[in-house]
Design a protein around this ligand. Structure first.
Ligand code: ATP
Ligand code: MG
Length: 646
């Protein structure tokens, strides 16, 4: 097995010739965008159907408050559904939906349009008007997509809260957004069992003001408490509606949705996205980054709609491009660890988009599992959410992609709305572990603390120097926090909060969030680099690294590792081996002070490690806010394993 990490990675994979020959976009897009960035985005916007064209592509007279496609009018749901049906594609499948228990639903574009119109009519009947906020707290069932599009259709602003979040998290988001209607279900299926949702809604709504109605989808048939007058069944209210609804066209800057960031670092921020620019960029990036061929591909973003990845690349991008998608309700290990691969085989998935955390879990389970399925339909793979360690990249490439599928590693954020830094599969020679180059029309730089652009190969901060169509417009209800969080550090540049390095070939390597960069005896060391090095060792499936305060070095490196399925925990001997491995790979300064073998790591719902909780543990502190953890028992498991602090 090869031992690779970010520090030593130097392989490069040119685009497969047949893919390059037929790719949706070739190298010319970089030139076009460089020649005239705004003209480039305008031509991307023309891929959509506008009721009225814009007068001005970008209004940046009041930075950092951008307006894109000023004066243009469109309906987002019309662009995702009606226009495809009108063009004769009503019978094309929009979603092959698969429930965790194995039940399925197939929704064509015509079906989906009808369902969305019914739901839109129902919301109107409940008094929802353009601009009102609607909270959506659903499992991964088609009604989640239907509800989002129904809101978009009538100009209501949706605010999806991940179905696994607590009543607390839901209540604070309902209050912050001022939602008047909540759409939920009795429950959903997770890990083979029904998991209730309605009780959390009852609890949350009782602690908030302003929610007039709770619309409930029947999914699991669990008993639910009922508040007469307030609560309504979806099958009573929506099903009886007409499937006719003539949509209204809204301003390009009409709010589309609020999405609270996962809260890996601090109090969740209500990121506001609007209509025209957002749909332009998610549709264009989805088409270009994934080389989507609507007549041939079966596309699968294996993520949750409660995460921005689900908004942009399960719902809006794919539907705007008339993709046929797979949507799956449950977890990868239910009822067996091959479930995802079984789905790829069953539906003939050609493009798979997922997160490194899942890939590392698959690595831990072993390559025999994917080997048991026919994955030959796959032609392209994607990654999102955190840097993909070269070792995980190689595993994904070989054991899922059969060595033939390019992997597009996409760097972006809830705030950016769509892809920002990533290779293009028909153009870029891939370098495992690097998200590589800014997307055409995007201006990204690596700068020092003063905002000066750095020479290649030095480590600094990632900034975006020009506004982009799908950028957040503000933090809901808090313009000051928007300016403060993203624009105050350098004044005229968007500060993403991530550390990065540019190599001599111009590839950008993301180094994790700046708050996670460690300072060991005056050296800045990125958690990502040390984690990648650990995962590059044949025994390690997953690693989380934090800097814990240290009396002599300022911070000491503490690592938590999960071993691969076939690796043996030889105790001290293994720990020594791993320490030596990192020291050799990156340098003695990066050698962890302490390494602990654990079974699980604390993660957010989007699969990101909550390093601040591990830092709490490493520094022997009370744990901070755990409301966005997938599984809070994980922290107890880790604490139990913990030796006394050094
Ligand atoms: P919060 O902002 O609330 O702390 P979050 O940043 O985890 O949460 P997201 O917007 O889902 O919420 O994630 C964006 C972040 O994820 C980026 O800033 C970056 O740190 C990381 N990220 C996403 N994709 C990649 C990628 N391909 N490579 C490296 N890092 C990535
Ligand atoms: Mg963030």
């Amino acid at each position: 097995m090869s031992e690779t990490s970010q520090a030593t990675e130097s392989r490069s994979y040119p685009p497969p010739e047949d893919l390059a020959a037929q790719a949706n976009v070739g190298p010319e897009v970089y030139e076009e965008a460089a020649r005239d960035r705004l003209a480039f985005w305008e031509s991307a916007a023309r891929r959509l159907t506008w009721e009225r064209e814009w007068d001005t592509a970008l209004d940046w007279t009041n930075p950092p408050f951008a307006k894109w496609f000023v004066g243009g009018k469109l309906n987002v749901a019309y662009n995702c559904l009606d226009r495809h049906v009108e063009a004769g594609h009503g019978d094309q499948v929009a979603y092959h939906w698969e429930g965790e228990p194995g039940d399925t639903r197939t929704l064509t574009y015509a079906d989906l349009k009808d369902e969305v119109c019914r739901a839109a009519n129902a919301l109107l009947e409940l008094g929802v008007q353009a601009g009102d906020r609607v909270a959506i707290y659903l499992p991964m069932i088609p009604e989640a997509v239907i509800s989002m599009l129904a809101c978009a259709r009538i100009g209501a602003v949706h605010m999806v809260v991940f179905g696994g979040f607590s009543a607390d998290a839901l209540a604070s988001r309902i209050t912050d957004a001022g939602a008047q209607v909540v759409i939920t279900a009795d429950g959903g299926y997770r890990r083979g069992a029904p998991s209730a949702l309605k009780p959390a809604v009852d609890d949350a709504v009782s602690r908030t003001e302003g929610v007039r109605h709770v619309l409930v989808v029947k999914r699991t048939e669990q008993d639910v408490e009922w508040s007469e007058g307030r609560d309504l069944w979806w099958h009573d209210v929506v099903t009886k509606q007409s499937a006719e609804h003539t949509c209204e066209f809204f301003d390009a800057e009409h709010p589309l949705y609020i999405m609270y960031t996962s809260g890996t670092t601090a109090k969740p921020k209500g990121i506001l996205h609007t209509s025209g620019g957002y749909l332009t960029q998610v549709a264009y990036t989805h088409w270009a980054t994934f080389d989507l061929k609507p007549d041939r591909d079966v596309y699968w973003t294996a993520a949750d709609v409660g995460w921005v990845t689900g908004h942009s690349y399960i719902v809006y991008g794919p539907l705007a491009n008339r993709a046929t998608s797979v949507m799956y309700e449950g977890t990868p290990e239910t009822p067996h660890r091959g479930r995802w691969f079984e789905l790829i085989q069953k539906y003939g998935v050609t493009i798979l988009y997922t997160a490194p955390t899942v890939i590392r879990t698959f690595m831990k389970w072993g390559e025999d599992i994917p080997a048991g399925f026919d994955l030959s339909s796959l032609r392209l793979l994607g990654s999102v959410g955190e840097p993909i360690n070269p070792e995980a990249w190689s595993w994904y490439h070989q054991h899922v992609g059969g060595g033939r599928c390019p992997i597009v590693d996409t760097w972006w954020q809830t705030e950016t709305g769509g892809h920002m830094i990533n290779p293009l599969p028909g153009v870029t020679s891939l370098v495992p572990g690097s998200a590589q180059v800014p997307f055409p029309g995007i201006s990204a730089k690596v700068v020092d603390d003063e905002g000066n652009e750095l020479s290649d190969d030095s480590t600094g901060l990632l900034v975006l120097t020009e506004p982009w169509p799908s950028m957040l417009r503000t933090i809901w209800g808090d313009d000051d926090r928007y300016v403060d969080t993203y624009w105050s550090r350098f004044g005229n540049m968007y500060f993403a909060g991530d550390g990065a390095k540019k190599d001599a070939d111009g590839n950008i390597w993301l180094l994790g969030r700046v708050d996670d960069v460690m300072n060991v005896s005056g050296h800045r060391i990125s958690t990502t680099e040390v984690e990648s090095s650990l995962v590059g060792h044949p025994t390690v499936a997953e690693a989380a690294v934090v800097g814990a305060s240290d009396p002599t070095t300022g911070q000491g490196i503490v690592a938590f590792v999960i071993l691969r399925g076939n690796a043996e925990d030889s105790g001290d001997e293994l720990v020594q081996q791993l320490k030596t491995h990192v020291a050799k790979d990156i340098g003695p300064i990066a050698k962890p002070r302490q390494i602990m073998v654990v079974q699980e790591l604390p993660k957010t719902r989007s699969g990101k490690i909550m390093r601040r909780l591990l830092r709490d543990i490493a520094e022997n502190r009370e744990l901070g806010d755990v409301t966005t953890l997938t599984d809070s028992s994980v922290m107890n498991m880790i604490k139990d394993k913990l030796p006394a602090a050094p």
